[in-house]
Design a protein around this ligand. Structure first.
Ligand SMILES: Nc1nc2c(ncn2[C@@H]2O[C@H](COP(=O)(O)OP(=O)(O)O)[C@@H](O)[C@H]2O)c(=O)[nH]1
Ligand SMILES: [Mg+2]
Length: 500
């Protein structure tokens, strides 16, 4: 039985047991979620760049940015066949379709006479390739935990509210603040293991601004993200810190031919001259009349690319690294950090979406059982949930990885990192776990797996290893055994095919 099937089975049992309206709704929701795409929430403070990054990930400017009534509402963006906006009122009354329109910018939703505070959430269905594998959830900023809007974003991320909680979260921050850590901690429930970095990725956002827009801004951002990634407090809460210049990524996805031509004109100005003009945003906009383009056009470029983006584009064009708008778009997507974030999302979330979704479903049942201990069968069902969680190897991998990240496991740092990798911290394919090239032959892959298997078996059995380290090593051994078995089966299958 797969993990999803096991969760399905537990939900079926729960549906028969928990018949009151609220519980029944929670169970049917959980069931519905299990079949749908993974839900990833984008959280962080106001102006961290959440909506901009959402647009970059979708590849279309759907979400309104900056301020405005609708940016205060939790908004879901899901793929579908039709264009539709559903408004879920805060008072619990039935969701209703509302009017919206879109020219070439963000979707503008007509709230009618309603205030943002009266809306629980908006659910936007939009046919989009970028939303096929994950449903993205834009959240309002969380700055002070006392103001109404922030409190709701906070409640939403809190897993107590399991009906709307996300399966995973992308947390955006410009710098680490104590309140950032508090928020992340709230998202990590203590049911499966505590604390839990398995479903969170931190993004060092607006990375282009870090070096004041200089050409080496992304390199600086990468260094800072690396340092953050080693921070003990942060490692307990998230898997990885990725720097991203969201604005540039969004622009790259929607780059126009006209913008490319404007940049071309600027690229023809002698470098020295242009450097003087580009010392600051103001200078760039107010440059001498002989600089190409009008002030307004230059301001528009700045709004779309940022100072760093303009500088980078000009450098790429001058050096003939890019010669068309398509090439520029591709290069900027990579250099903005978006490609890397997409890889991280795929390896850590999408490839593991069954595990994360099954986990979300089991947590719902666990909560219901804990809330209704007197109900007949509740303690038996709770045991079953615990048995699934304890017995399923993917969960063991995730919880062990969380324990390693929490700093609970004592051992040599290099050993701990190596175990984490085997458990899938850098992705769950065999070559990512073994840190080998994807083109490695089955035989070499198996040799690599066997050698690691021996290493961790010795650690597991070493009487001087701490108890936690032995446990972690044993989980890694189990992962490696599965890799060896799979590789042997693959080789036998291809051998048999060759003989035929
Ligand atoms: N320079 C720069 N500006 C950004 C970036 N991301 C967002 N912004 C700007 O920051 C402001 C707030 O962005 P928004 O996405 O609305 O932030 P949110 O409140 O977190 O949703 C907007 O004016 C964006 O254009 C970025 O990566 N670089
Ligand atoms: Mg926003």
């Amino acid at each position: 039985m797969t993990l999803v099937e096991a969760a399905q089975d537990v939900l079926d049992q729960a549906a028969k047991m928990f018949v009151d309206e609220a519980s029944a709704k929670a169970v049917s929701h959980a069931r519905y979620r299990l079949d749908g795409p993974l839900r990833v929430a984008i959280a962080g403070k106001v102006k961290a760049g959440k909506s901009t990054l959402l647009n970059a990930l979708v590849g279309e400017p759907l979400a309104p940015t900056d301020t405005g009534e609708c940016t205060k509402i939790i908004t879901w963006y899901r793929n579908g066949h039709t264009y539709e906006v559903l408004l879920h009122p805060r008072d619990g009354s039935a969701p209703q379709q509302v009017r919206f329109h879109r020219d070439d910018g963000a979707i503008e939703v007509d709230l009618g006479a309603r205030q943002a505070i009266e809306v629980d959430r908006l659910e936007i269905t939009w046919p989009s390739q970028g939303l096929k594998q994950i449903t993205l959830i834009d959240t309002p900023g969380i700055d002070s935990l006392t103001d109404g809007i922030s409190t709701r974003a906070f409640e939403f991320l809190d897993p107590e509210d399991s009906e709307t909680a996300a399966d995973a979260v992308l947390y955006l921050m410009k710098h680490i603040h104590a309140s950032d850590l508090r928020l992340l901690e709230a998202f990590h429930d203590d049911s499966v293991s505590s604390p839990n970095p398995i479903n969170a990725v931190a993004v060092l956002s607006r990375a282009d601004e870090i070096g004041a827009g200089r050409l080496d801004s992304m390199a600086s951002a990468r260094r800072i993200a690396g340092r953050y990634g080693e921070d003990r407090r942060l490692r307990r809460l998230t898997q990885i810190v990725v720097p991203v210049a969201g604005l540039l990524a969004e622009t790259a996805a929607t780059l126009t031919q006209a913008e490319f031509r404007s940049l071309q004109q600027l690229a023809e100005v002698p470098t020295k001259e242009m450097e003087r003009v580009m010392l600051s945003a103001d200078r760039f906009v107010e440059a001498k009349p002989e600089t190409p383009l009008t002030s307004l056009e230059r301001r528009e470029l700045l709004d779309r690319f940022g100072l760093f983006g303009v500088r980078l584009s000009l450098a790429l064009m001058r050096r003939k690294v890019v010669q068309s708008s398509v090439e520029l778009s591709e290069e900027l997507t990579t250099r903005s950090g978006l490609s890397e974030l997409q890889t991280v999302l795929t390896t850590l979330f999408v490839d593991r979406s069954d595990v994360l979704k099954a986990r979300s479903a089991l947590l719902v049942v666990e909560r219901l059982c804990n809330e209704n201990p007197e109900l007949e069968g509740a303690s038996r069902l709770l045991l079953e949930v615990e048995r699934i969680i304890a017995g399923a190897h993917p969960f063991n991998e995730l919880t062990t990885m969380a324990a390693l990240r929490s700093g609970w496991v004592k051992g040599r740092p290099t050993d701990l990192l190596a175990i984490e990798r085997v458990l899938g911290s850098h992705g769950s394919t065999r070559w990512q776990r073994l840190e080998v090239d994807p083109a490695t032959s089955e035989e070499d892959l198996r040799t690599a797996a066997m050698s690691q298997l021996g290493r961790w078996q010795r650690v597991a059995e070493n009487p001087f290893s701490s108890h936690d380290l032995s446990t972690a090593a044993r989980v890694a051994v189990r992962t490696l055994e599965a890799i060896v078995t799979e590789s042997r089966a693959n080789q036998e299958a291809s051998g048999a095919a060759a003989q035929r």
